[in-house]
Design a protein around this ligand. Structure first.
Ligand code: FES
Length: 145
């Protein structure tokens, strides 16, 4: 086994520290340039709740494959989106006071009408999902279009 001097050991530790530091700095940059794949959703509709359990102005966030789904009962009917923000995939939330969908991570704001970006860093709209009512229950599914 080769002898290693104190100087060699310190050089090795310095190099390792630089490599780890570079990785920590590069990881968010890579994540920004190559956004998370948001396309992993279940093929089958998922039960949200009974129709009468989601009054106008309320929302539900449910597990829906890799990312949750956000279902909102607006005055214009049900709206559903992937709850994964298109910036860094934080979970967005319905804000009934402002009538917007808000991302708490970096102040991203989306329109409830179509999921488009109002302001903030998200690069594209929320993924729109579809709802359907079956036997008095609300289901959410991936849009077929
Ligand atoms: S993750 Fe939503 S604004 Fe950054």
């Amino acid at each position: 086994m080769p002898d290693i001097t104190r100087r060699d050991f310190l050089k090795l530790m310095k190099g390792t520290g630089i490599a780890v530091g570079a990785g920590l700095v590069a990881a968010p940059v890579v994540a920004y340039l190559y956004p998370t794949d948001l396309s992993i959703y279940p093929a089958e509709p998922a039960l949200v709740c009974a129709e009468n359990e989601l009054p106008v102005g309320e929302s539900r966030t449910i597990p829906f494959g890799r990312y949750p789904a956000l279902i909102i009962h607006t005055a214009d009917g049900l709206k559903a989106y992937s709850a994964a923000c298109t910036h860094f995939a934080c979970t967005v939330k319905w804000n009934n006071e402002t009538g917007t969908i808000d991302c708490p991570c970096h102040d991203g704001y989306f329109k409830v009408e179509d999921g488009s970006v109002i302001s903030g860093p998200p690069p594209k709209p929320l993924l729109k999902l579809e709802t359907e009512i079956v036997d008095g229950n609300i289901y959410v599914k991936v849009s077929e279009a």
